[in-house]
Design a protein around this ligand. Structure first.
Ligand SMILES: Cc1cc2nc3c(=O)[nH]c(=O)nc-3n(C[C@H](O)[C@H](O)[C@H](O)COP(=O)(O)OP(=O)(O)OC[C@H]3O[C@@H](n4cnc5c(N)ncnc54)[C@H](O)[C@@H]3O)c2cc1C
Length: 471
């Protein structure tokens, strides 16, 4: 039987051994799949795992399972291991993959420094998930293809997970891995935020014209995809702050950071980091090393900032920070630069006032007046914050089981993913990944999601099923 065949979408409680703990994971993106791997490798007592997601795919994570082989991850192989304590695991998997070795012979014997397509990473995650499942004959896994619309506590203290169109037996532990929610998904798994408006303005523009909204990796992915598939029209990128992703170094930049005590006020912190970057470059290192070093301090730094400075950071500095942390492989960055230099792609800084049937009304940064931009299509590639208004989120917040973080960007979570409301932890309820982005900087990135998943699994193993603790 294939591993996929082990799944049952109709397994009932009676099919499970009496008393088997039940764990629900809501979302089968990378965070959900990663959490499942961590649980299967860490919780050594038998349990039933139910994975909810209306997206019927069981892959290595929808955002990362791109349909386009040209879409390259912006993290190096060495930063993408899903095995706690074994940073070489993805590299080892690639080395044992004959097809990959044949296609990329130059990098043999190791691939640690290279960037690979998202689909390959997705295959790796799915294979590790399958192996973890095959090695656990004592657990059952059920895939449910319905959205979860509410979570509440039963009288006995267990969790009632309400999914559309199904009644589920109670759970002992619920883990949210809902990423940016359901609403943003488009036809392309990569551009979850893209909502093509397909406006027609053929008679108003002299040649095909597409507007891309945003400034992050999704915009670059979409731009290069369009060019790869032969689109020769004009492309305008509209970005509020005007920052596009910066470049990685050729060989990974080892983290460095000044040993002096960091200032505590936001404006001084920014000066401190700028100076650290300048000093590094003066000493023959690079600013990328400093940014990598900064990531190690990001959590304590974020915790120490008062709420109004966090808001200030969000409004004025997040876009700049993101453009320096979410970097492009050098070759892609060069392509982007060439695109902009040739003039067929234009970057414009400013705000969209409104969309119109023939394009949009735009206000350029620093200008008073508005202008109309005509376009055949406007694609929204902006990264949205998790939506706290969904029925699931409302059920948690209104039920006093979870609360928004200080900035209202997502839910308040601890480093190990515990949810809290009004300063009190909610036992048995966790959230992994970007849903905690307002509490934990960088929790939308693979290494941070991996660490958090294992930490949550350890906590679940020791607190809820202590008789057979993790190995
Ligand atoms: C273009 C792009 C490139 C990236 N490149 C990198 C990279 O190189 N390195 C890196 O570290 N990170 C990268 N990331 C970021 C990182 O990988 C993502 O943040 C991560 O994949 C998030 O996964 P997730 O599972 O939390 O969220 P998602 O992928 O959004 O998945 C959430 C899942 O939950 C489901 N869901 C939502 N609500 C419900 C509900 N109510 N009931 C049931 N199911 C629900 C959704 O259907 C979805 O399948 C990239 C992201 C993008 C978009």
């Amino acid at each position: 039987m294939t591993v996929r065949g082990l799944f049952s979408s109709k397994a009932s409680a009676s099919a499970q051994p009496y008393g088997m703990p039940r764990i629900a994971v809501v979302g089968r993106g990378f965070s959900g799949m990663m959490t499942a791997i961590a649980l299967m490798r860490t919780v050594m007592t038998p349990f039933h795992l139910q994975l909810f997601d209306p997206d019927s795919r069981v892959s290595g994570g929808q955002a990362l399972a791109s349909g386009h082989s040209s879409e390259i991850l912006n993290s190096r192989v060495r930063d993408l291991s899903v095995s706690a304590g074994d940073p070489d695991d993805f590299n080892d998997w690639l080395c044992s993959n004959a097809d990959f070795r044949a296609a990329v012979p130059a990098a043999i014997p190791g691939f640690l420094q290279i960037f690979v397509p998202k689909s390959i990473f997705s295959d790796y995650v799915y294979q590790r998930f399958s192996e973890a499942l095959s090695s656990r004959r004592d657990i059952t896994v059920q895939v449910s293809n319905e959205p979860v619309i509410g979570v509440s506590r039963s009288h006995g203290g267990r969790w009632l997970v309400k999914s559309a169109g199904a009644t589920n037996p109670l759970f002992d532990t619920v883990i949210l891995a809902t990423g940016y929610g359901l609403g943003n998904r488009s036809e392309s798994p990569v551009d979850q935020a893209v909502e093509p408006t397909a406006v027609r303005a053929r008679r108003l523009v002299s040649r095909p014209h597409t507007v891309l909204l945003g400034s992050g990796l999704r915009v670059v992915d979409r731009l290069l995809q369009m060019r790869d598939s032969g689109y020769t029209g004009q492309i305008t990128i509209i970005s509020k702050h005007g920052f596009l992703p910066q470049s990685h170094t050729r060989i990974s930049a080892d983290p460095v950071f000044p040993s002096e005590t960091m200032p505590t006020r936001l404006s001084e912190i920014v000066r401190f980091i700028r100076k650290a970057c300048q000093d590094a470059e003066a000493e023959g290192q690079n600013w990328q090393s400093v940014m990598n070093g900064l990531r190690k301090h990001a959590r304590s730094l974020w915790r120490s900032l008062p709420a109004h400075e966090k808001q200030q950071f969000n409004r004025h500095l997040r876009a700049l920070y993101d453009s320096h942390r979410n970097r492009l492989p050098e070759a892609l960055h060069l392509r982007l630069k060439r695109e902009l230099a040739e003039g067929n792609t234009l970057l414009r800084r400013g705000e969209v006032i409104r969309q119109t049937p023939t394009g949009l009304v735009f206000k350029q940064a620093g200008q008073v007046g508005e202008e109309t931009i005509y376009a055949d299509q406007v694609l929204d590639c902006r990264c949205q914050a998790p939506d706290l208004g969904t029925p699931l989120m409302r059920s948690l917040i209104d039920g006093g089981l979870a609360g928004p973080d200080e900035l209202g960007l997502g839910l308040a979570v601890t480093a190990i993913g515990e949810l809290s409301a009004n300063g009190r932890m909610t036992d048995g309820l966790f959230a992994i990944g970007p849903v905690g982005l307002g509490s934990l900087p960088d929790i939308d990135l693979v290494p941070e999601i991996v660490t958090q998943s294992y930490a949550a699994a350890e906590s679940i193993a020791s607190r809820f099923y202590p008789r057979c603790k993790a190995v």
